[in-house]
Design a protein around this ligand. Sequence first.
Ligand code: MSP
Length: 501
Amino acid sequence: MSKRFYITTAIDYVNGQPHIGHAYEKIIADVIARSRRSLGQEVFFLTGLDEHGQKVQQAALAEKKNPQEYCDAIAADWLTFAKRLELTNDDFVRTTQPRHKEYVQSTLAKLQATGHFYKASYIGFYSAREETFLTEKDRRPDGTFDPSYGEVVELKEENYYFKLGEHQQWLIDYIEANPSFVQPDYRRNEVLGFLKNNKLEDLCISRPVARLNWGIPLPFDPEFVTYVWFDALVNYASVAHAHNELGLWPADVHVIGKDILKFHAVYWPIMLKAMGLPLPKQVLVHGWWQKDGARISKSTGNVVDPIAVINEWGLDAFRFYVLRELDIGPDGNWTDAGFRSRYQSELANGLGNLVNRSLSMLKRYRNGVVPAQSNELAADAAKASDETRALLKQNQLQSALQSIWGLVNRANQYVDQTAPFKLAKDPAQAQRLDEVLYNLAEACRVLAVLLWPFLPGTSTKIYAQLGLPGAPEKFDASSWGGLTAGHTIGEPAPLFPRKDV
Ligand code: MSP
């Protein structure tokens, strides 16, 4: 039996509310998870929260809460958010859970015992906001540090370091030998460029309790807590360990944003090597959303609130837009006008109109009873199905949607060409009308199957309107001819109400 397909997202910091960037990443992972299940694989989909570290400690302090209380309150919001997106995650990790903390500590103990760490004293600059040490190289030409680092202070402190440096050549060789390890290609090249042109510094994996106490204590030195990124990355393995019986590790795909590439494609593989674990098959890197051409920022109010969009337009319209508009890789730009335009043309006038007029005509002209099978659109449907299957296996979600819309457009064109409303007026054309109505209803059914990973609600509605039970969860059901003569469909209803804007 093939191994369960294990897919993860980045775990989000709990220092604020979810925005479109978080939603986008989780939807990518959900569509991949649903696709694999639809294609017959067993899947384990993990998402969750990154709860330790300075950012969270400060956010809790600002609300005068103790960090755990603060995290518990925000975690409830994020869980609600995951449900609102209809994510099919199999687990939800919080790095404050005992199962995770214990695994991090046993990992640290093992790496300490096998000589991967050393203690050293450091004098230099530190950005609390980014929780990172800075060097002279990080200064701008005018000698200052980038404002994104916030206040930068000079520190002298002892810490534990992980010997990253000695694995540099191994990692370069690994990435060169495994081109699919980091995708898309230009992200792999970015990692290779970084590794070939810089000496890899050892990684500081501790913070003194005196300065930061919201973290996992080092098992071998109570004066220190674990650096938040070491703690966070381990979530992928700690949860796999918690479900040991499923044999999840290694992960198949880590879905992440471009800003955290170095952590996932440099630090994490080296950590895994030291831990004696195989590397994940792929780090899949998506771009960043902007809004109206500017960076998303709470302080300037330039945000897209996913919940507000979903409340107004429906979840599937939101899922559709983010995946259809933006391929996995480049940066994207949200505009309200762009969103409305895709809603109107592709969802309401495209898919929605096709399903509604096809089923309404079948209802009106044939009392909702499916005529004998006819295969005029069978080749078009098979083409969309074959292409979609291949694209889903390569996580090419945007292209898969384009291919599916090839069938939507073909079927709408078929309505215009065959003009069933005219055929219905001529009793001599009854057989021709039967053929047309079968092709249209069956094309709608095939579309429901192909769309299931992307638009689960809509696809289930199409099935219900076709009078078919359950959800079209299995890709194999996309073979032509699923509707049988004599079957009575359900009630047609608009899928994407037109909005006058
Ligand atoms: N906690 C770390 C990740 C640890 S993973 C072991 C973190 N959290 S985050 O909340 O800042 O970001 C979570 C994810 O959201 C990241 O993959 C990040 O790239 C993504 N995004 C944050 N803003 C984004 C956009 N504007 N657009 C798209 N994705 C963005 O980093």
